[in-house]
Ligand binder design. Structure first.
Ligand code: TXA
Ligand code: MG
Length: 342
């Protein structure tokens, strides 16, 4: 059920989390599907409910840098970034500490963990009240459009989640930037709410992971993702009567069957906040979607990344919402990788 954010809802959410339940909650980026990150069983339920491939690790959410330091070894680069951008839309991939309490399933068996300190007040209140690190991927079925409202979560996951905490639309609207700080040279694995320019202003030039759909640098960076049902055509310079238009800024096109404008003023921040909700809205109208070009700078990089994935061919296992014959569920307690994408 959906419950409005309040002190009472926060305590209920925290209680549910401590009892091993799943709670969907708002963050400044997208709504997350949270579970106690130290509980194998609770984390397994996330994979089950999302139908998420078990090789795709989750982000662990904590209240502050000190709490992060108990889970991962924070190095100099990580501390600089944490100091500059936490709380906020940045996830850092770092080695587990010795005696790290986080379930190995949460990090898909890797010896690193992606960790983040969210800024959204309700998220922070839930984390503080729960008193445990919370593993939370975006609260949508795996491979589908991320939710930026409580209603989106209900549409996508419905009855599978006992509590959806509603605190309105997510102000940033696009997921956190994932930076791998586990090796000597940090690498941006996923563009997101903190821009490349912002990161480089703090730690200098940084590499952005090359796009390798066959061997994704970040296991979640599968080619098709954020996928609407409709076919999407990017960088459109014209539009047909059969197409809906996802536009950006002022334009002179007409004759399309429907339109959502990410930002008439050409503001990338506004466009990021609108992206997923507008993709959903156009998808509901049925038929193809043409997308106007978005400048590839600042938050535009993250927007273009999500659009590229939304437009990608959809043949990967992540798109299968019901297991195919001979395809076991994502969580396989025996640990053999039946559902590996190869
Ligand atoms: O904004 C966000 O980050 C949202 C909110 C809910 O916090 N969460 C989110 O989680 O987007 P998710 O699970 O949808 O995406 C996590 C990304 C994936 O691309 C995953 O592969 C990557 O982080 N990731 C997680 N742990 C990793 C690790 N140890 N090494 C490399 N990549 C990792
Ligand atoms: Mg996601």
């Amino acid at each position: 059920m959906i419950a409005a954010a309040s002190a009472e809802t926060v305590s209920r959410a925290a209680e549910l989390l401590r009892a091993g339940g799943l709670v969907a909650f708002p963050t400044e980026t997208v709504y997350g599907l949270g579970a106690d990150a130290t509980s194998d069983v609770a984390v397994a339920r996330i994979f089950e409910v999302k139908n998420r491939p078990a090789f795709n690790p989750l982000i662990v959410h904590v209240t502050d840098t000190a709490a992060a330091g108990r889970i991962v070894d924070l190095n100099q680069t990580a501390l600089l970034l944490a100091y500059a951008f936490w709380p906020g839309p940045l996830s850092l991939v770092l080695p587990r500490t010795e005696g790290c309490p986080v379930s190995l399933l949460a990090s898909a068996g890797l010896d690193t963990i992606a960790i983040r300190v969210p800024a959204q007040p309700t998220a922070r209140a839930i984390l503080a009240a729960a008193g445990v690190p919370v593993a939370a991927p975006s609260a949508n079925a795996s491979g589908k459009i991320s939710p930026t409202s409580a209603e989106h979560v209900a549409e996508s996951l419905g009855d599978a989640v006992s509590l959806i905490v509603n605190d309105g639309p997510c102000p940033i609207g696009i997921e956190s930037t994932v930076v791998d700080c586990s090796a000597e040279m940090p690498v941006v694995l996923r563009p997101g709410g903190i821009t490349l320019e912002q990161i480089e202003a703090v730690i200098g030039p940084i590499t952005v992971a090359a796009h390798h759909p066959d061997a994704p640098a970040s296991p979640g960076m599968l080619e098709s993702h954020y996928a609407p049902t409709a076919i999407m055509r990017l960088n459109a310079t014209s539009v047909t009567v059969d197409e809906a238009l996802l536009s950006f800024g002022e334009h002179k096109l007409n004759g399309f069957r429907d339109e959502q404008n990410l930002s008439r003023a050409g503001d990338l921040r506004e466009a990021a906040a609108n992206l997923f909700a507008m993709m959903r809205a156009l998808d509901r109208t049925g038929g193809a979607i043409a997308v106007l070009p978005i400048p590839d700078e600042g938050l535009g990089r993250a927007i273009n990344d999500r659009l590229r994935r939304a437009a990608a061919p959809r043949s990967l296992p992540e798109q299968r919402l019901t297991p195919l014959p001979g395809y076991r569920t994502c969580f396989n307690p025996d640990g053999d990788n039946q559902d590996d994408q190869k």
